[in-house]
Design a protein around this ligand. Structure first.
Ligand code: ADP
Ligand code: MG
Length: 138
């Protein structure tokens, strides 16, 4: 799946379409630089799964926000401020991997901890606008 997103609304809509493909046990790594729309995309998935416009704050400072949805628990991580991969263990990343849908911003911070079956989503700026590609390496 690939999309050129020209607005926050485009990204929310694409996230909603993607959320319809989720079963409840996926690990999703959101790759891209600051301000590219990773949190907006995660918000779209979570709001779509919840079926309502609940507030979905960025986990920049808390590192983790969790939600109970009809497809199970959703773990929204933001590892921008992570000091070491050990800290990810401390906040329970291994349990999260086994317990529901994981949305991970700044996955590069946990390097080799990412499981092999991780779904990679890439956010990048192109001449046509922001491009979101799911499951394809650049
Ligand atoms: N096409 C787009 N998709 C998502 N966000 C966009 C888009 N165009 C502009 N924006 C703005 O860019 C910002 C993206 O912020 P955010 O999702 O927090 O980024 P990140 O989590 O990748 O650092 C928001 O303020 C949003 O309104
Ligand atoms: Mg973010």
């Amino acid at each position: 799946m690939k999309k050129i997103s020209l607005s926050e609304t485009d990204t929310l809509q694409f996230a909603k379409e993607f959320s319809n493909t989720l079963k409840g046990d996926e690990i999703i790594a959101l790759w891209g630089t600051l301000g590219m729309g990773k949190t907006v995309f995660a918000r779209g998935i979570i709001q779509s799964l919840l079926g309502k416009k609940e507030e979905v704050p960025s986990p920049t400072f808390t590192l983790l926000q969790t939600y109970n949805t009809p497809k199970g628990e959703v773990f929204h991580f933001d590892f921008y401020r992570l000091k070491s991969p050990d800290e990810a263990y401390e906040i329970g990343i291994e349990d999260a991997f086994e317990s529901g849908i994981c949305l991970i911003e700044w996955p590069e911070k946990i390097g080799s901890l990412l499981p092999k079956n991780t779904i990679n989503v890439y956010f990048e700026m192109t001449s046509k606008g922001r491009q979101i590609s799911i499951g394809e390496k650049k």
